[in-house]
Design a protein around this ligand. Structure first.
Ligand SMILES: Nc1nc2c(ncn2[C@@H]2O[C@H](COP(=O)(O)OP(=O)(O)OP(=O)(O)O)[C@@H](O)[C@H]2O)c(=O)[nH]1
Ligand SMILES: [Mg+2]
Length: 352
């Protein structure tokens, strides 16, 4: 499933440094000529495509990006130093639009590709510059040119890296709310979620992934019961499925193991490709289980469910256990991404 990740940023290039008006003053040289240097160029702001970034979420945290001004020129023929450019790294596929003119400045397509976002101002001229055969003592100088400033919209079509799967009311929407910027409806009745929701999870600066919450699955989904099956295809491009299980069902008659098995059976029936994807078990609502019963309840579940894969014990409501979960997901997603974009390049020595 695709959705558009967006951010609005302000960029400002540095102004050029002012030129200087000065004259050479040295002992025994009564009429030293002009020696005021030019100002340095202001820093420019660039965008650069980086294949290690997945989303634009960092730009929602840091909105303003300014390069420094160039230094002013000085006497004794000293030119002001140019300020360094700044480079904003963005994911491949980012489309950059000038918000004022609504014109597209560019799209980052190749790793390492750079787009100029705001050009630094040129430095002003010192009086050295204005010396002519008729005017040997010019006093003119010019200020530096201003750097460009722009308001930009960044847009990126992203695919979900991780899909949430589970029976209605398991807490999928609560989980996506706890870990991402998505704000879906959460309620104490099944089929609260009617459409897929996507959220961006920020694990650390420059470390993020996209998660999809879909409506709950029920038994008979593959034959058309409920809603969830219509949305399973949205999970086809994901790299990981999280099977969210309500470990403390309100109705004591409900057995979480049976429920979990039913979901997986539907998955297998509906789409064997999805069934074969990496899938982790996320046991939810542990806040509802008394502390002293937790370990036994989890152990019993895993034993009866005959599960050998990764297990996470969480409470989406209190957010307990969510941090280790998102770190593990990020590591998995990043490793898969590296495997895709960096095929094993081996050097085969020429045959002797
Ligand atoms: N105590 C507790 N309640 C939770 C937890 N996670 C979810 N809930 C509650 O469970 C109910 C269902 O949560 P949702 O997040 O809407 O469940 P869902 O899986 O998205 O449900 P559907 O959209 O209907 O498939 C809500 O009342 C939540 O507040 C949890 O960790 N602990
Ligand atoms: Mg929901």
């Amino acid at each position: 499933m695709k959705f558009v990740d967006e951010a609005t940023i302000d960029v400002a290039a540095g102004n050029g440094g002012a030129g200087c008006a000065s004259f050479r003053r040295e002992k025994f040289i009564p009429f030293g000529g002009p020696d005021g240097g030019d100002g340095g160029k202001g820093g420019s702001v660039w965008a650069e495509a980086d294949r290690n970034l997945n989303t634009l979420i960092d730009y929602r945290y840091a909105r303003r990006h300014e390069a420094r001004n160039g230094e002013a020129g000085r006497g004794s023929d000293c030119f002001g130093a140019a300020a360094d450019d700044i480079v904003l790294r963005m994911p491949i596929g980012t489309v950059i639009t000038d918000l004022e003119t609504e014109s597209v400045i560019g799209e980052l397509l190749e790793p390492g590709q750079r787009i100029l976002l705001a050009k630094g101002g040129d430095g002003g001229f010192g009086n050295l510059h204005f010396k002519t055969s008729t005017n040997r003592a010019p006093r003119q100088k010019t200020p530096g040119w201003p750097g460009e400033a722009r308001k930009l919209r960044l847009e990126l079509r992203v695919l979900a890296d991780v899909g949430l799967l589970g029976q209605p009311n398991a807490g999928k929407s609560t989980l996506i709310t706890a870990i991402s910027n998505a704000k879906p409806k959460i309620a104490d009745y099944p089929f609260t979620t009617l459409h897929p929701n996507l959220g961006v999870v920020r694990v650390a600066p420059e470390k993020s992934f996209v998660v999809a919450d879909i409506p709950g699955l029920i038994e008979g989904a593959a034959e058309g019961a409920g809603l969830g099956h219509q949305f399973l295809r949205h999970l086809q491009r994901t790299r990981l499925l999280l099977h969210v299980v309500d470990l403390a069902p309100f109705d004591p008659e409900v057995d979480p193991v049976k429920e979990a098995k039913a979901i997986v059976a539907e998955l297998k029936k509906y789409d064997p490709g999805l069934y074969d994807k990496p899938r982790w078990l996320v046991l939810n609502k542990l806040d509802m289980v008394p502390q002293e019963e937790r370990a036994a309840r989890v152990k019993d579940f895993i034993k009866r469910y005959k599960w050998k894969g990764p297990v996470f014990e969480i409470s989406a409501l209190t957010r307990e256990g969510c941090q280790p979960l998102i770190h593990a997901i990020y590591d998995h997603v990043a490793a898969e991404q590296r495997a895709v974009v960096e095929p094993d390049v081996r050097f085969d020595p020429p045959a002797e």
